[in-house]
Design a binder for this molecule. Sequence first.
Ligand code: G6P
Length: 472
Amino acid sequence: MAKPRSTKSLSADLVVVANRLPVKRVENDNGDLEWRTSPGGLVASLAPAIAEFNGVAWLGWTGEDTTRTVAPFVLDGMQLVPVRLSEAERELHYEGMSNGTLWPLYHDKVQPGEFHRHWYEGYRSINRRFADAAAKVASEGAMVWVHDYQLQLVPDMLRELRPDLKIGFFLHIPFPSPELFSQLPWRRALTSGLLGADLVGFQSPSDANNFHRLAIGLGLATRTSRSGLDVDGRAVTVRSFPIGIDFQRYDEAANDHAVTEAAQDLRAQLGQPHTVMLGVDRLDYTKGIDVRLRAFKELLADELLHPSQVSMIQIAEPSRDQVDAYVSLRERVERLVGEINGDFGRVGYPVVHYIHRTRSFEELLAMYRAADVMLVTPFRDGMNLVAKEYVAARVDESGVLVLSEFAGAAHQLKDALLVNPYDIDGVKNAILRAVEMGPDEARRRMRAMRRLVKKNDAVSWAAGFLNTLRSI
Ligand code: G6P
């Protein structure tokens, strides 16, 4: 890994603007803190693009509360520009408007959101800070790619500052129906914010269509085509670009000897040769963790599954634990896990193995390889990359994916067992079908899904977006 070095005069032909920087500060062998790029994710999909551009910069929050500006630095060929966020600002922008208002509303109000004027003011001032920073870094005529719901006002703010730029925006989460979105007191400003971009990208065609209808309905744009809008004489393209994963990285690592052994160890630890079911999620109320636990509990109570023949591993990665709804979700999930183990576990043999910690890449892969059935049951999800990761890790083409039809991934992974997470009997039936599925059917389905995840990988997603933006 390249040693980080500070950089004085920045100028980039491609500027990525995202709420978080793709780095973490970790302790090195000498006990000093240094920045390391988080492998995988968005940064991996941009790797080939880095070579094409004359300088790539990434602007984002470090995840640490800072009142002072942290100097930009270069890491792995990319200029990283930290945007400061104090604790008070974080409460308004991140926990407040982003995750207390927009997140629940965009996920079909699975939880009621709160609307607060001071949250919005905080959100606007942080969006202004990101826009100002991007305007300083971008070279003449550069492409700027803004990401996600935390930064929706940036495209328009940036266009005012720098009309020479080509601006793209991609929303990683779902975009709600115009009827739901219209509850927002700031609906016009947030829509105009996005319309500042030349290209607005979404995960699925229905998300793109919702935004297209909204912009016209609010009278902020006129229709030029199914994916085209006219905004005061300027063309804006609205399209879907379903995000992918770094298939090769998962495929290769899953074949690794150490991972294969770890998967075998895990199965041995679980006891009898039996069915292992797995859930891997951020501990978020949109993910339907409670749904699959309830379905599992009822199947055990109905004696359709037997505790000596089946077990479930649930990884629940800690997330946004300063937001009330996440605190109560944790209580709910942990109570259910306790009930299931209390009712059906034996000494040394719990039926649900619940892990409320972040697991390493290798540990996750071993779990993907050990699991016969993967349960992905969100009430609503932009894409759900875990579903794709499981598929990429199933190098022997076995394993069954149970997938919510309300995850963006369901538009692509039609060979999964699709379920409605609001229909608990439907989820129970799908789990039983997955447990009982014969190897030939499972292989046929998995093979088809692997082809699709491989073809539509992260690199092709990023290239698709950037090439479209370039050609506009
Ligand atoms: C979703 C969002 C991302 C966000 C991630 C983790 O995938 O689309 O923008 O970074 O969740 O959430 P966090 O709040 O920890 O950044």
